[in-house]
Write a protein that binds this ligand. Structure first.
Ligand SMILES: [Zn+2]
Length: 130
């Protein structure tokens, strides 16, 4: 059992997709990373860190070099298009998911830390599989 390091102040972290066109800045490293086993996340091979923008955990997503965020709205099951899975228009890396309407549901969003490559192990080694 590994205890997350809480001795250092929380500082922002910047991640980018493979081609670098999309960058994401999160307020702090996630305390836990989750390898979600739902059908779509498993297919993406995503490793999510979760944030609550409405509770002061703003995540900034920037587009550059002609890249833009494309969204796939999940409509299977009871999802009814409420969840957007977002990817880079150039390299195709899935970088985040968020609610189409952020005021609905828990207000949680996910950032795909898998895009960091193996450097993710320095950020956090606590991985859940829910
Ligand atoms: Zn890209």
């Amino acid at each position: 059992m590994t205890t997350p390091d809480t001795s250092t102040p929380k500082s922002p972290l910047t991640l980018s997709c493979h081609c670098g066109g999309i960058t994401l800045t999160v307020p702090h490293a996630p305390s836990v990373l989750n390898e979600c086993h739902c059908t779509i996340c498993f297919a993406y091979g995503a490793l999510w860190g979760y944030y609550h923008p409405a509770r002061g955990e703003a995540v900034t997503i920037s587009e550059s070099d002609g890249c833009n965020l494309q969204s796939y709205y999940r409509t299977d099951g009871d999802m009814t298009g409420a969840l957007a899975f977002q990817r880079c228009s150039r390299c195709g890396c899935v970088v985040a998911w968020q609610r189409k309407d952020p005021t609905q549901g828990s207000g949680k969003m996910g950032v795909n830390f898998r895009i960091m490559g193996e450097k993710v192990e320095a950020v956090n080694k606590v991985v859940t599989h829910k």
